[in-house]
Design a protein around this ligand. Structure first.
Ligand code: SF4
Ligand code: SF4
Ligand code: SF4
Length: 255
């Protein structure tokens, strides 16, 4: 009987490949998923290289003209595109390059030969192609990966959480970091990680990007209680805010 399992392929662009490693870490969930999908291209997990995929899971941001050509080709083949991780969805840490004048990054990495490497300002993949599913985070959160893959198999839309990390942080009964004199981007950051960093004694750097409309959907009580201004908060954090499509651009322009 003909194999009807949807064929999945995984591709990486400018990134550290940590999100693909997370997928490999799905362990038993991955084994269960393999009963329902066929993986035809996944450099980190198999030597198979086929281009007859239905679903392309794309990790990494776009930073060269060649990336754009490759991405467009992937979009032509795939019925469904998944943007995997902060690099693909909001530009990720690579976008810090955009904060420097053009040419600085090439020179730092390649010295005088840097001018031989063509590079573009870092952008998330949806600046170039239509994306059907987004999985946020640096790295991605395993529960959410499993959830999104289930939605793809069921032909359902995945609704990303559109409330701030503070809500999860409060449910986890953490003491607010502002109360301890620390800064945290939780009030304006899209939830879904279960306040992962705060639970582990770190601050939120907004690796999942902003909630859709941070000026409205932010955790107002935290902002009001501590006299926080959105633009001032964002100005303190450049790790994930140097890029990220229009949402970040709009916020940055307001500074
Ligand atoms: S989002 Fe983070 S973990 Fe994932 S590929 Fe980019 S840098 Fe690596
Ligand atoms: S600001 Fe940070 S520490 Fe405070 S509630 Fe929000 S996520 Fe938690
Ligand atoms: S707490 Fe913030 S930085 Fe940490 S995983 Fe969640 S969204 Fe990312």
């Amino acid at each position: 009987m003909k194999n009807k399992k949807p064929k999945f392929a995984f591709f990486d662009f400018t990134d550290c490949e940590g999100c693909q490693l997370q997928i490999v870490n799905l362990n038993t969930v991955l084994v269960e998923l393999l009963e329902h999908i066929e993986i035809v291209n996944f450099r980190e997990a198999t030597s198979e290289r086929r281009n007859d995929y239905d679903v392309a899971v794309v990790e990494g941001s776009v930073s060269t003209p060649h990336d754009i050509e490759r991405l467009v080709k992937i979009r032509r083949q795939a019925k469904t595109i998944v943007a995997l991780g902060a690099c693909a969805t909001i530009g990720g840490v690579n976008a810090v390059k955009n904060l420097n004048p053009p040419g600085i990054a090439q020179h730092r990495v390649y010295g005088d030969k840097g001018k031989n490497f063509e590079t573009l300002p870092v952008k998330p993949i949806d600046c170039f192609i239509k994306v059907d599913y987004y999985i946020q985070g640096c790295p991605v959160h395993l529960n959410e990966v499993a959830e999104v893959f289930k939605c793809i198999l069921a032909g359902k839309k995945y609704d990303m959480p559109n409330y701030p990390v503070c809500m999860e942080c409060k449910m986890n009964e953490n003491v607010c970091l502002y109360q301890k004199g620390q800064d945290c981007l939780g009030p304006v950051t899209r939830a879904g990680c279960g306040s992962w960093c705060i639970n582990n004694n770190n601050i939120c750097y907004s690796c999942r990007g902003l909630v859709d409309n941070p000026a409205v959907d932010a955790q107002r009580d935290i902002l009001d209680k501590y006299g926080l201004k959105l633009d001032e908060m964002l100005a303190k954090f450049s790790l994930y805010s140097a890029c990220g499509g229009e949402k970040y651009d709009q916020e940055i322009k307001k500074r």
